[in-house]
Design a protein around this ligand. Structure first.
Ligand code: NAD
Length: 341
């Protein structure tokens, strides 16, 4: 392709991806399967990598999610909520590991926190002096939607932390999702009433959480697993702050569990990166038996000091990647009749 053809291809991909982002993140109504979206995004990234001059500052490859809906009040995240990079094969996983070693300048093995990739919606929960004071969606990563009232209806999210050893300010990051059983029951009910059904548990979770009426959210049987922390600090009443935190990612998830925040039971601390492929395979093999929907695994360098050394790129940390499963479903475009915004 000539420079000019490449440039118009980039413009076309940008337009299309932005449109799909709006349908997926803002309206909760995707119009193409994820596999098609991922294909376009990969094409864009490949062109941008080979022709850096064509990479715009506001390229969708540099952005997280979609904009926050104005129907909700907005929340500025004290620390950004990022996305994840993806790998789709053993070769890509190996290349990711090689990049880790190259960046760290060491071939020492790396302990990894291995987690299922929950197919729901990222949220940030803010506890001040142990009390849940605010909950927000990821939005565009810097600004999310204030969904505190809806989050309060989710039984697995404590309104008050347990015990008395926690930091003055604790932001917990995790996924709200709809367990498969709740999803099936919700769709069965919709069919019975002659209403439209949800395309998949992710859309059901997103549509249920972003309701203006929290009574609707309360009926949807959503659940939550924590997978990290955001801002952690002192408050005037409690100066525990950062000193509370373990230096291991897995250790932090266990800490969150001790104060009442559920951790996905399939999460494992692996002694080295070579065990990740087997973890991926085990989770793929047991996918059908899990009570919640997943679309891959997430593999994270466990040592927080190494995470800090590796840092971030525009939209994702360098110390973690999603290792996604092969695409399963084609899209059925269905919508939630009760979704009000
Ligand atoms: P992502 O879903 O690929 O990965 C990031 C997200 O993973 C996080 O924000 C978090 O919510 C989630 N996650 C689940 N388990 C986690 C764990 N254990 N640890 C950390 N995070 C965990 O990224 P994204 O930016 O939310 O979405 C991009 C993907 O969404 C695309 O690859 C595509 O598959 C899909 N998408 C589809 C369309 C479409 O039109 N079909 C449009 C936009 C996006």
């Amino acid at each position: 392709m000539t420079e000019q053809q490449l440039s118009s291809r980039v413009a076309e991909l940008t337009r299309q991806i932005n449109e799909y982002n709006h349908q997926y993140y803002v309206l909760d109504q995707p119009s193409v399967p994820d596999v098609e979206y991922d294909r376009l995004m990969r094409e864009l990234i490949e062109i941008e990598t080979n022709h850096p001059a064509l990479k715009a500052l506001d390229s969708p490859s540099q952005k997280v999610g979609g904009e926050a809906l104005s129907a909700f009040t907005q929340v500025t995240h004290q620390l950004p909520m990022l996305s994840l990079d993806n790998v789709f094969s053993a070769e890509e996983w190996q290349a990711f590991v090689k990049r880790l070693h190259d960046r760290l300048g060491s071939n020492d093995t790396l302990a990894m926190c291995a987690e299922p990739k929950l197919d729901g919606l990222a949220v940030s929960l803010r506890y001040e002096n142990g009390v849940l004071v605010q909950a927000a969606t990821r939005g565009d990563g810097s600004t999310g939607e204030n969904i505190t009232e809806n989050i309060r209806t989710i039984k697995s999210i404590p309104l008050r932390l347990s015990g008395d050893t926690y930091p003055g300010i604790l932001e917990v990051r995790g996924e709200v999702f709809m367990p498969k059983a709740s999803f099936d029951a919700l769709n069965a009910q919709a069919i019975k009433k002659g209403e439209k059904t949800f395309a998949n548990p992710r859309n059901a979770a997103a549509g249920s959480l972003r309701q203006l009426d929290s009574k609707i959210t309360a009926k949807r049987n959503l659940a939550f697993y924590a997978y990290g922390v955001g801002f952690v600090g002192d408050s005037t009443e409690n100066a525990l702050g950062q000193t509370w935190l373990e230096n291991s990612h897995y250790g932090r998830l266990e800490q969150l569990k001790t104060v009442g925040l559920p951790m996905c039971p399939e999460v494992r601390l692996l002694t080295n990166e070579n065990e990740c492929q087997a973890f991926y395979q085990d989770i793929l093999d047991s996918r059908e038996q899990l009570s919640y929907e997943i679309d891959g695994t997430v593999l994270k360098v466990d040592d927080i000091a190494l995470q800090e050394k590796l840092g971030f790129v525009a939209r994702a940390p360098r110390w973690a990647t999603a290792y996604k499963f092969p695409a399963q479903e084609e899209l059925t475009v269905l919508e939630d009749v009760e979704f009000q915004v």
